[in-house]
Design a protein around this ligand. Sequence first.
Ligand code: AMP
Length: 281
Amino acid sequence: MRKFEDPETLRSWARKARLAGKKIALVPTMGALHEGHLSLIAAAKKKGADEIVVSVFVNPTQFGPKEDYAQYPRDHVADAKKCVQAGATAIFFPTPANMYADDHSTWVIEDGALSGSLCGARRPGHFRGVCTVVAKLFNVVQPDFAVFGQKDFQQATIIRRMVRDLSFGVEIVVAPIVREATGLALSSRNAYLSADEKVRALALSATLKDLKAGVAAKGKLVWKTARARAVSALEKAGLRVDYVEAVDAENLKPVKTLKAGSAVLLAVFDGKTRLIDNCLV
Ligand code: AMP
């Protein structure tokens, strides 16, 4: 497996691969890799990529001033090992300095149709950072396709829109959420959770499961009532609700009725840790 730090060295390697007729996949991550990330590499392999580039970059521009940028888990040695085992052929560990010039001043901003709600409303500037770094990665690697996780549902929706609106010509593949046997969605931030907090966190997936079961049984649910039940279950478990929303899975617009084609998105604080989860109905 090749390792790169400098974007220009990666760019020329990727260009050669492309000229040799190889199909290139990109898997953008912030590292502290877990089975969820590795499932994206597996999806790239399954889709026939000849080269699978995993980027590992804790992107400073997508963190708010009071968020966990400094303490976000970083382990390049373990990440590289996991990438080799999972079948990645290149790993990109840029530094903030080689991704952002001191006087960086150009940003990719989704105008709010998709990024104005949910996490975008609670984390100002977050998706500006995400879109900008993903656009940069696309420009460096120029992959045939890129794999993202449904775990970050709003992010995947916004990236798809960015690719369409700005004609990136990169296919976006969205892979399902990988969960522990308990139902807890894998996340690098789960490392922050105490044993008690981890137990409380089970309410996220349990709540989603309950909503899905309700729709399966009744065909649809009035969201106002279903939401009240969900909020109450989350609070009873000891979580502080940031948002619980039902949206149209295509355009993220709020829906009044939960039915096939809707998605439910949750964000809660479990102690000091913010967790997100979602499901497609
Ligand atoms: P992150 O390192 O958290 O920025 O995530 C990098 C990519 O991995 C994103 O596309 C995430 O949606 C995806 N991802 C994170 N957790 C999971 C999971 N549990 N299952 C599937 N994909 C995931």
